[in-house]
Ligand binder design. Sequence first.
Ligand code: COI
Length: 335
Amino acid sequence: MANKKIFAFSIRKDEEPYVKEWDEQHPEVDVEYTDELLTPETAAKAKGADGVVVYQQLDYKAETLQALADMGITKMSLRNVGVDNIDMDKAKELGFEITNVPVYSPNAIAEHAAIQTARILRQTKALDEKIDKGDLRWAPTIGREVRDQVVGVVGTGHIGRVYMQIMEGFGAKVIAYDKFENPELKKQGYYVDSIDDLYKQADVISLHVPAVPENVNMINDDTIAEMKDDAVIVNCSRGALVDTDAVVKALDSGKLFGFVMDTYEDEVGVFNEDWRDKKFPDDRLWDLMHRSNVLVTPHTAFYTTHAVRNMVIKAFDNNNEMIDGKEPETPVKVG
Ligand code: COI
């Protein structure tokens, strides 16, 4: 007999089996859900719930949090990592307890970054475009081998470390920078002294850090100028890390060999939408999508069955723990 209730917002079709799996394993919890996003208007759907499980790129703004709090709901569990879209001041004022899922599958993102790194070096997009047109000549689409590259990894958390292993598997020389160094990696001599050293030495620069204020636009005109000619930038982390205009300039001038972008500073409302029969809303993104040396994916690095299952199950576990008054496994600092 259920004695508590969790309501989940914006449940996608691919998440539904995992919601049902969790529900079946927790007869003591009444689980309800909708495919709608959490907004001030839809919040009422959660009436009577003890907590909510959510994921969206749309802001959790003050009015939304207020609407939940007005119904006595202040336990909110995110199915993702990023918390930059939550009005934390309001959340604090209303006494919200929030959890996220910081580690759902580092391999999902690291693998995607590694695949795209190898693809950009082998110029696979340019080659596919030629093949599509019936041009089967080799030149000038010659590849660069991963083992010949110095791969610079910015951020050596869970994802950065898996990416390092994969790149080493390909035979690359890996160097790293992180403000918070991992003792094991330090012992093994991966770290360069400064991020500028990494920019100067690396052929491939892959970003695996959060978009905290100090990291915003870390890739800009000045830092690109420090990089080697023909460098490659890989951003499967957060769009805000990259000044996209600076990258476009560097692609135009030929300074950069290529750019991998799974995240984009203006992606909200554009990625994960079908634009086939509509006017595409972002000319700069459209231009990047159609360059042979730019690989755009719409924030899908995370999107694997393994990751999605973990995101759902861990978020529900967290919410349930908060409802039971226990310390959840992965609380978010509110405020
Ligand atoms: C996150 O977990 O914050 C991500 O970046 C993936 C998201 C699109 C679900």
